[in-house]
Design a protein around this ligand. Structure first.
Ligand code: ADP
Ligand code: MG
Length: 450
């Protein structure tokens, strides 16, 4: 058992990097080995959930190399006390301090701090996030302070934490002497409250004020006007005065931070405020392609990527989650990744992302798919390149909505109902002979319907 775990560990470490491995997987203990099942124990519920959420498939893959009949790796929380704690022996006062020295210890960071995957390289840039990305890069590469503070905000799951961690990683690699601290506002509050309780606020202040770059994630958690906020504000001011970089993220703009005092709100907006917008189709495709490339064995086909990008529009986290689920299904059940599999595995997600289909929406999706302007749906141009997509949209409007031919005609630049009828028939005919058109229609239909 030990020898097997040692072998698997070695491969895991190569796969996910020493830092992640040491933080997350090294503390695991193998509890049971069966031909088809491995049970691993994590020391805390948090570790268990994190590993389930992030490393389940890589664990399965690496175990399978030694155990060809293995079908699942189960991660449970240990109920015994003898499982090594992830940070045994070292209890940093403030989680999140990145020690600058390149000694091995610095790699063995507290869990939950830095995720090796959250780098600039792994961040897909599109219109929605280009400003935030450029600003984050500037901060990471700047000699002195770039904008102070850099304030990133967006709805949930759109990449704020990713960018902050990317800044931290970049600085750690290029200027290891700089002290970077990344922590959530919640952690900051917790640390402060603890320091007050143990009458240790001096040490607390010192720790924060000695950093070169301070990053506080999810600032909206400082909801009430209390002493934590005050302490944060002092720390913040002092760092800014001494020209140390501060990076903040929140789910809303500085002026919308209701629980914050006015002077703090206004001060937060003095640097650069960059918001990340919801993703568009193109960016979603880019993100999925990049994530799919990390699991080459799953061979995720193009139509599945486009399908997910059409249908999971809420945020990147859900998008990523959807793809992971499809890939996990492939890995666990050995099923090929297809549109059918995706639809089957994601029923619940798709339902929550689904709305009633309208003709407008159909036109928009079809136009997007064929890269033509939405206005071509009602224009009088008859060139094949626009006429065919228009007919596809008519066909789908007939199929997916309850609208009549005349009603559909009106939506396509007041065309006569016979034109719509002709268009629908034409597509039906073509689908028999033209496999690629049939595939387009099938994909669009899947993307538009429940
Ligand atoms: P937030 O902090 O804004 O709630 P996160 O940074 O945690 O969002 O992002 C949620 C997930 O989506 C993360 O796994 C992150 O890596 C991923 N993600 C978000 N935006 C991008 C992007 N542009 N490219 C690649 N991955 C992204
Ligand atoms: Mg976040």
């Amino acid at each position: 058992m030990d020898a097997l775990w040692a072998r698997v560990s070695e491969r895991l470490c190569k796969q996910i990097g020493a830092a992640s491995f040491n933080s997350w997987l090294k503390p695991l203990r193998v509890a049971q080995l069966h031909e088809d099942r491995v049970i691993l124990l994590a020391s805390t519920g948090f570790l268990r959930d994190w590993i389930r959420g992030n490393y389940q498939s890589v664990l399965l893959r690496e175990f399978q190399k030694d155990m060809p009949h293995l079908r699942s790796v189960v991660i449970e929380q240990s109920l015994q006390a003898d499982v090594p704690k992830p940070r045994a022996g070292r209890a940093p006062e403030v989680p999140g301090v990145l020690k600058a020295d390149p000694a091995p210890k610095s790699v063995d960071m507290a869990p939950g701090m830095l995720d090796d995957n959250l780098t600039f390289d792994n961040f897909v840039v599109g219109k929605a996030n280009e400003l935030a990305y450029a600003a984050a890069r500037r901060v990471a590469e700047a000699d002195g302070v770039a904008f102070n503070p850099l304030y990133l905000y967006s709805g949930v799951g759109l990449g704020k934490t990713h960018l902050m961690q990317a800044i931290a990683q970049h600085i750690r690699q290029t200027r290891p002497e700089r002290k970077v601290m990344y922590l959530s506002a919640e952690k900051f509050m917790y640390q402060f409250i603890r320091a007050v309780r143990y009458k240790d606020t001096m040490a607390f202040k010192e720790q924060f004020r000695s950093v070169d770059v301070l990053m506080i994630d999810d600032l909206q958690f400082f909801s009430d006007k209390d002493s934590t906020q005050e302490e944060f504000f002092h720390t913040f001011n002092e760092l800014v005065d001494r020209k140390h970089q501060v990076v903040i993220s929140a789910d809303r703009s500085p002026s919308d931070l209701d629980g914050m005092e006015e002077r703090i709100r206004s001060r937060l907006g003095w640097g650069l405020v960059a918001d990340i917008h919801p993703t568009d189709f193109e960016l979603r495709v880019g993100i999925l392609e990049q994530k799919a490339a990390m699991s080459p064995a799953a061979n995720v086909p193009d139509d599945v990527i486009r399908f997910l990008a059409h249908r999971i529009t809420s945020n990147v986290r859900e998008l990523e989650g959807a793809l992971k689920r499809v890939i996990a299904h492939h890995e666990l059940m050995g099923r090929a990744v297809t549109l059918e599999l995706a639809q089957e595995v994601l029923t619940d997600l798709l339902r929550s992302n689904a709305r009633k289909v309208t003709i407008d929406e159909i036109q928009k999706k079809v136009a997007e798919h064929y890269s033509i302007k939405m206005t071509e749906m009602s224009s009088s141009r008859r060139a094949r390149a626009v006429a065919r997509p228009r007919q596809v949209a008519m066909y789908l409007s007939k199929k997916l909505t309850t609208r009549s031919f005349p009603e559909i005609g009106r939506k396509f630049g007041n065309r006569d109902h016979t034109t719509v009828l002709h268009g629908v028939r034409r597509i039906e005919e073509l689908m028999h002979d033209d496999a690629s058109l049939a595939e387009d229609v099938r994909l669009l239909e899947a993307a538009l319907s429940n």
